[in-house]
Design a protein around this ligand. Structure first.
Ligand SMILES: Cc1cc2nc3c(=O)[nH]c(=O)nc-3n(C[C@H](O)[C@H](O)[C@H](O)COP(=O)(O)OP(=O)(O)OC[C@H]3O[C@@H](n4cnc5c(N)ncnc54)[C@H](O)[C@@H]3O)c2cc1C
Length: 283
């Protein structure tokens, strides 16, 4: 498909955008920053005849904290995320991942909703959202709004529970605790502008641990055995940290592809976890 063959409509409100999706179902697709869409359309992978531009919809721009939730609208760009004082205070893990996405240009255009919509296991905001146990807001004209735990949102590479008549409106999560230890790490083939070969979002508080890996399975995944051992450990020395990090070997399920072999990814998952733990625990 040529880019010039794409029909792009620009509704002025969420209601109008949802009407386009409801009326055209599988023939229509949301378009946000277009950083994934332009590439996939050019390569002939995405062939929707109608694209519903949602990037400027005011209803998808929110970033606020109320009633125990931090809520980030689907059309919020990486640039806004990483410059936000609210994010720095309540979700520094997510802000750190946003800082590692692409280039300044991609950060200016790419959106949180687009990262979720593409549903790549290497999407960089997704491990932090798993570690934050975020929920994804989906809205349709007929069904109103529903909130889905981020772990249930993804079905596999490029596949989610979003129906064709639904838009992702926002994500919401409880804020990170003040003083919580956390670490975001991304390993790519280059230092910048690289798709993750392995990524890790780590959160640690006394009796609480969240470990989420990207690019080592069909979707982002939580290393629950590592989390359980980290939550139960009473003291951390180097031997304990190493043995818990090694458990990640069996928790991930990577494939080999152009970027790395499955075995290398497994090794790197353990290495990133060990490095992250040593840094946050100073062991
Ligand atoms: C040079 C380059 C470098 C990149 N580097 C990285 C990187 O380091 N890390 C990374 O994670 N990604 C990277 N990407 C991928 C891309 O930038 C991100 O996935 C980005 O978040 C996509 O957002 P977007 O707004 O551009 O989405 P779009 O391209 O507009 O849309 C992507 C998909 O999501 C759907 N979608 C968008 N918004 C919604 C919504 N509100 N509701 C429902 N569906 C929606 C669209 O229909 C489409 O299927 C890179 C891309 C390029 C071109």
């Amino acid at each position: 498909m040529l880019l010039s063959e794409m029909k792009v409509v620009a509704p002025g409100s969420l209601t109008e955008a949802l009407r386009w999706l409801e009326e055209h179902q599988d023939r229509a697709r949301p378009l946000a920053g277009a950083t994934d869409a332009m590439v996939r359309v050019k390569e002939g992978q995405w062939r929707s005849p109608i694209w519903v531009e949602i990037r400027r919809l005011p209803e998808l721009q929110r970033m606020d904290q109320a009633d125990g939730w931090v809520t980030v609208g689907a059309a919020v760009t990486y640039g806004r995320l990483l410059r936000s004082e609210l994010m720095a205070q309540t979700a520094p893990l997510l802000a750190a991942a946003a800082r590692d996405v692409g280039s300044v240009q991609i950060q200016a255009m790419g959106t949180l909703g687009g990262n979720l919509g593409t549903a790549s296991p290497a999407g960089d905001t997704i491990p932090p959202l798993f570690a934050l146990e975020a929920e994804v807001g989906l809205c349709s004209r007929g069904g109103g709004e529903r909130w889905v735990p981020v772990e249930s949102f993804f079905l596999g590479p490029g596949r989610t529970v979003r129906r064709p008549d639904e838009l992702i409106t926002a994500v919401r999560f409880a804020p990170q605790a003040p003083g919580e230890r956390w670490k975001w790490q991304k390993l790519g083939l280059r230092g910048a502008q690289a798709i993750s070969m392995v990524s890790l979002a780590l959160r640690l508080q006394p009796g609480f641990a969240r470990v989420a890996f990207g690019a080592v399975g069909p979707t982002v995944l939580r290393a629950r055995k590592c989390e359980a051992w980290l939550s139960q450990a009473e003291a951390f020395d180097l031997a304990t940290v190493r043995s818990i990090a090694q458990m990640a070997w069996k928790e991930v399920a990577p494939i080999s592809d152009v970027r790395a072999s499955a075995a290398y990814r497994q090794q790197m998952a353990c290495a990133l976890l060990e490095r992250g733990l040593r840094e946050v625990l100073a062991v």
